[in-house]
Design a protein around this ligand. Structure first.
Ligand SMILES: Nc1nc2c(c(=O)[nH]1)N[C@H]1C(S)=C(S)[C@@H](COP(=O)(O)OP(=O)(O)OC[C@H]3O[C@@H](n4cnc5c(=O)[nH]c(N)nc54)[C@H](O)[C@@H]3O)O[C@H]1N2
Ligand SMILES: Nc1nc2c(c(=O)[nH]1)N[C@H]1C(S)=C(S)[C@@H](COP(=O)(O)OP(=O)(O)OC[C@H]3O[C@@H](n4cnc5c(=O)[nH]c(N)nc54)[C@H](O)[C@@H]3O)O[C@H]1N2
Ligand code: SF4
Ligand SMILES: [Mo]
Length: 757
């Protein structure tokens, strides 16, 4: 491979008026609108992209004469994100230079306070403790937790896995298994279609189940989701939304189903039944590629429209309408996000969505173009065939807790606390938290905090004093996004970007003067070196004499790119590398497999769901009955717990309110601003109520990522963690130990005061 990207080379652009260089043609042949923009002033203004979330919005940064970041604005000429940027991303100046940022490595003292410690000394001490633990208890006593702050860093996304791999430990945990790992489970049981699912940006119809891209930016087209959704609607795309809330995205829906949370399996099974009964499935596709369609038809038979209506509380007419529009409007995918992935039976819900896409043939066919074959991630041939279900969790290491296997080389975060707390060989004694905040983000907060406190060593690579940082023995603050060169989230680029786009951003600013913040690749290399380990980065051995730079790590990530590193770096606004388009190849009859839509464990779970005695207003859990269900949801102006300590964020969203439907509030005699107490089968939290007519009755919605350590929590300044309401002693999904993080049965009552202890 080789050659140049199709986009116009604009590597001298920062010195030119923008209008002269904005000629990019997108992969879909569309010419992006030219927008008026100010010329960029070469020395002080720099182009970059925001990595606060996966939107990767193009931004223009201003730095002062000391190379300190002083301003940020949306790049109105960005050919991908078309001038979009949000409140969260625009807080970068405070994030980099504000008071909340930690500027030196810190060591926790006996009294719980922190003292600065030089980086090399901290690394010596950490390595000494790791060495002792390794020699006493072996590599599996050392664990790692990788969070968003690591994943959103192109040079560092794999380092924790690389380091633990070098040490021989299997104990890698991450936010993935408390997010949407049900997608991996579903693929492992259904099989995988190599050319991928129908893309959203050319779809005739799209169905979004528990996914709100106009807030979360993921799911549809993350490059300016509002504009892209409007474009899709303008070209006639039909949109179906299934969500307990009339979301920002639902405003664009042709059909909107507003069920109780936790009932996606019921609805999806009902839709499958209607399609199979009426013969609306893609019969050719099924005949060629599905092994056990009859088994699925039989399994979903109990889910009559009347049954679905009763349980999920949606109307029969709407259920039919949504099903007919999805099945009979042409091509296009059903997409899910955290809604179904966090609710009860999440693995089954993902499986059933997969079944909808399969029986309706919503996959890229032979001869069709692969819209994003990958740029950084290695390309591979994509024949139009199924790789049969491989159930990877059945092979490989198993946890001593519950016998859970691994997914994508990771252990299950739902059992991470027990891996630390339960005595016996293999107990985790040391943990490195890389860009994560497990004390806040992992369900069963009290148990998780107890576990983190029980560690002999907790090290956080973390820029702020988060709840997790407070529990750490050492905090090693890193350089932040605009201080390092970077690439977009390449690990998932083919899923996230609808076109083969990537973009190198050079470091634009210097860390605050006098600080000692590190390159994460240096930290892992330096620890490996002290422990006498040979570090590799994504399998590539690195020189253990000379420390690698961030740029070295990026180059390793990009080693399979279709263009040279220099070429890749030469496009200040990135480029679409589509010179060698990829098409779905003909299937190989020898290796082609079939989808398995009705394997025995899935059928058994469908039977289990059908036997449940759940009804609106009567939700059983752990031997008790509850009236409401708590639904997860994200806030437009916050990103999980990231940035919680920034003053602008705190001012705008100081705490997480309990959103309730006005009718529910009236029934409970609760007014806006009153305190309410939410009680689940394992805990209680108090929050201030707010009326939300977009939310259906029977549901309360509370945003996660808030709250301090449980015994040190002040609601009015911290909010409160929804993870206090979630148990990891029960209700874990099979295979991925996914806790029940949405559709949580709760009771609600008006409360007198703020106690959140
Ligand atoms: N109850 C409940 N729990 C949930 C969820 C839910 O909806 N409900 N959602 C789940 C989901 S989907 C996810 S993804 C997880 C998120 O879980 P985590 O990733 O553990 O949580 P974050 O709050 O995103 O933590 C990211 C951390 O990275 C730090 N950081 C920011 N920039 C950098 C950087 O450049 N380098 C480094 N090293 N660190 C940086 C931030 O300060 C922050 O502390 O939470 C999960 N937990
Ligand atoms: N602004 C912002 N953007 C973010 C984040 C953030 O914190 N803030 N977090 C990022 C992360 S880590 C992730 S994983 C993504 C998540 O991306 P999304 O999953 O799109 O995030 P949400 O906006 O929470 O949308 C989930 C929707 O599911 C609905 N829901 C809840 N329970 C159920 C259910 O049982 N069934 C159905 N059908 N729907 C249900 C909720 O009402 C909500 O509208 O967002 C990412 N983007
Ligand atoms: S949507 Fe906001 S946070 Fe996400 S990349 Fe764009 S500016 Fe950054
Ligand atoms: Mo997530």
């Amino acid at each position: 491979m080789g050659g140049r990207a199709k986009s116009v080379n604009i590597h001298k652009a920062i010195r030119l008026p923008l209008r002269a260089v904005n000629d990019t043609i997108g992969a879909d042949g569309m010419e992006w609108p030219r927008m008026p923009g100010r010329p960029i002033i070469a020395t002080h203004e720099k182009l970059s992209f925001c990595r606060t979330c996966m939107g990767h919005c193009g931004v223009v940064l201003t730095v002062d004469e000391n190379e300190q970041l002083v301003d940020i604005r949306a790049d109105r000429e960005d050919p991908q994100t078309l001038g979009f940027a949000c409140f969260k991303g625009l807080q970068a100046v405070e994030a980099h230079n504000g008071e909340a940022r930690l500027l030196h490595p810190l060591k926790r003292q006996a009294d719980g306070s922190f003292m600065p410690i030089p980086l090399e000394q901290a690394l010596d001490e950490i390595a000494d403790r790791l060495r002792d633990i390794l020699s006493e208890d072996g590599p599996d006593a050392i664990a790692g937790y990788r969070g968003g702050g690591a994943f959103f860093n192109g040079s560092a996304a794999t380092l924790l896995a690389d380091f633990l791999g070098a040490a021989g430990s299997h104990k890698l945990f991450s936010s993935v298994t408390i997010d949407q790992s049900a997608k991996m489970v579903a693929m492992g049981r259904l099989g995988m279609w190599l050319p991928g699912i129908d893309p959203f940006h050319t779809a005739d119809v799209g169905m979004l189940v528990g996914c709100n891209p106009l807030v979360s930016v993921i799911g549809t087209d993350l490059r300016n989701p509002v504009k892209r959704l409007k474009e899709a609607k303008a070209r006639g795309m039909k949109l179906i939304i299934i969500d307990p809330r009339h979301t920002e995205t639902a405003r664009f829906a042709d059909v909107f189903l507003q069920p109780l949370p936790g009932e996606d399996c019921t609805i999806l099974a009902g839709m499958l039944r209607i399609i199979l009964e009426r013969g609306w499935e893609d019969k050719n596709f099924c005949a060629q590629h599905v092994a056990d369609l009859a088994g699925l038809k039989e399994a979903v038979a109990p889910f009559s429209p009347e049954y679905v209506t009763r349980r999920a509380d949606v109307s029969v007419e709407k259920l039919f309408e949504a099903t007919e529009i999805f099945a009979r409007s042409g091509r296009g995918p059903a997409i899910t996000a955290t809604g179904p992935n966090m609710s009860p039976h999440s693995n089954l819900a993902e499986h059933l969505v997969g079944c909808l896409n399969i029986i309706c043939g919503r996959y890229v066919r032979e001869g069709e173009r692969i819209c994003n074959p990958g740029v950084i991630y290695p390309r591979y041939p994509r024949p139009a065939q199924v790789v049969p279900a491989s159930r990877p969790w059945e092979n490989g290491p198993k946890s001593r807790i519950g016998g859970f296997g691994t997914l994508g080389g990771e252990m299950m975060t739902g059992i991470m606390a027990d891996e630390i707390l339960q005595p016996g060989p293999g107990r985790v004694r040391a943990m490195i938290s890389h860009g994560g905040n497990p004390a806040s983000s992992v369900p069963d907060q009290r148990k998780v905090v107890k576990a983190l406190r029980a560690l002999d060593l907790l090290v956080s690579l973390e820029p702020y004093m988060t709840p997790t940082a407070k529990l750490s023995h050492y905090i090693l603050p890193p350089k932040l996004q605009y201080e390092r060169p970077d690439l977009p989230l390449w690990l998932w680029e083919m899923l996230l970007f609808p076109i083969p786009f990537t973009r190198y951003a050079p470091a634009a600013a210097q860390p605050p003067e006098g600080s000692e913040v590190s390159d994460e690749v240096y930290v892992f290399w330096a620890l490996a070196k002290r422990l006498g380990l040979q570090m590799t980065i994504t399998g590539v051995p690195i020189d253990m004499e000379t420390p690698p730079t961030v740029e070295d790590s990026l180059k390793i990530a990009a080693r399979n790119a279709p263009v040279s590193w220099e070429e890749l770096k030469s496009h200040p606004r990135g480029a679409v590398f589509e010179e060698e388009p990829q098409y779905a190849l003909p299937a190989d009859p020898v290796t082609a497999g079939k989808f398995t839509v009705a394997p025995p464990d899935v059928v058994a779970e469908i039977v289990e769901v059908a036997a449940e005695s759940v009804a609106p207003g009567r939700v059983p859990s752990n031997g008790q009955l509850f009236t409401h269900r708590l639904a997860s949801r994200r806030h437009r102006d916050r990103f999980n717990s990231t940035g919680n300590l920034l003053s602008a964020v705190k001012k705008r969203v100081p705490y997480n309110v309990a959103y309730l439907n006005p009718d529910d509030m009236a029934e409970k005699s609760v007014a806006k601003g009153d305190w309410v107490e939410l009680t689940s089968d394992c805990g209680a939290v108090r929050a201030i109520a707010e009326d939300d007519a977009t939310l259906r009755p029977g549901v309360v919605s509370l945003i996660h990522g808030f709250g301090n350590l449980p015994d040190d929590n002040d609601y009015l300044t911290d909010g409160v963690s929804t993870n206090l309401l979630i148990s990891t002693d029960r209700d874990l999904q099979t295979i991925n130990a996914m806790p029940r993080m949405s559709g949580i049965p709760v009771n609600i009552r008006r409360a007198s005061g703020p106690a959140n202890r």
